[in-house]
Design a binder for this molecule. Sequence first.
Ligand SMILES: [Zn+2]
Length: 383
Amino acid sequence: MSPPLRHGRYIPAMTGALSAATIAQAPKVLLHDHLDGGLRPQTVIDLAESAGYRNLPCQDAADLARWFSEAAYSGSLERYLETFQHTVAVTQSAEALARVSRECAEDLAADGVVYAEVRFAPELHVEQGLSLRQVVDAVLDGFDQGTTGSIGDGRWIRIGVLLTAMRTATHSKEIAELAVEYRDRGVVGFDIAGAEAGFPPTRHLDAFEYLRRENAHFTIHAGEAFGLPSIWEAIQWCGADRLGHGVRIVDDIDMSDPHEPQLGRLAAYVRDRRIPLELCPSSNVQTGAAASIADHPIGLLRRLNFRVTLNTDNRLMSGTSMSREMELCCEAFGWTLDDLQWLTVNAMKSAFIPFNERLDIINTRIKPMYAALKEAEFATTKG
Ligand SMILES: [Zn+2]
């Protein structure tokens, strides 16, 4: 894994009461992670070499990790998205896609993730002649190898794939159809992503209506750089099951009396209906959606019992991991193992795999693993 970097500097993790070692062992569920945002720096260099891609800013893995993190700390979503030009450029072959998917599964498993939904946009990987289906097949193949290998190494993980359509393009219906075609082969849902301002989700209404008719699941990037209208459209017009980020829902919470926050109608609807928020603190700090982790609305939204989930978004660009996000939130908000379990169960409840399979992971993995960690913590405190 790349080292934790903030503004290009290594910051040692401080977790208050919870040790980094305990957090590392905690079982994790990740719903919002981009395949092209999570490449290993050395892999970017290797793949650039074999693809003859000459535009990387540097050739050393540590320097490249730092470059990605610094470039991503621009304060603008549009600049942030530019960093993906490199990772997308080097993943235009089936071999490259399978490798980055295998490594993604291995890295997540090593981080204690037991269930992840990883998303990518097939339409971005067809520049050198692959068909959309060949792209999806290569990714599924890589995840298969990575999960089988991790289980062989004693780390259990399951991965579901989300197919993403770019909101600035016009392929969303075709990608939605592809998601339905592959629904029994590892694809569990659909998403739209990309620059939010000027590209409301309702531009892709035909794709969402099609998915609803097919009883398929989808999430929508909304309420990240752009505010409440985007969230409202995603839920009330498009029928999103979950909100990718959705962090701007705080704009509909009146905090004039901090002891008694007043929810507006949209915020109340989101909370009442238990609509999952795929919150990504480090990513939001990078794009300027939050000033710092301590200022991030995840603390408030957790206190108000929204269906909060914790996510990485782009592990390479943010120099992060699930453990790192947990450490940062424990430090900022004083979260305990109870909070981490609550978030993890929330995420598992909100996954797109069938209900009985979600329940099985909660009951046979998440709860027993947290119970063991709490017992160990209790023994340490008592000792
Ligand atoms: Zn995202």
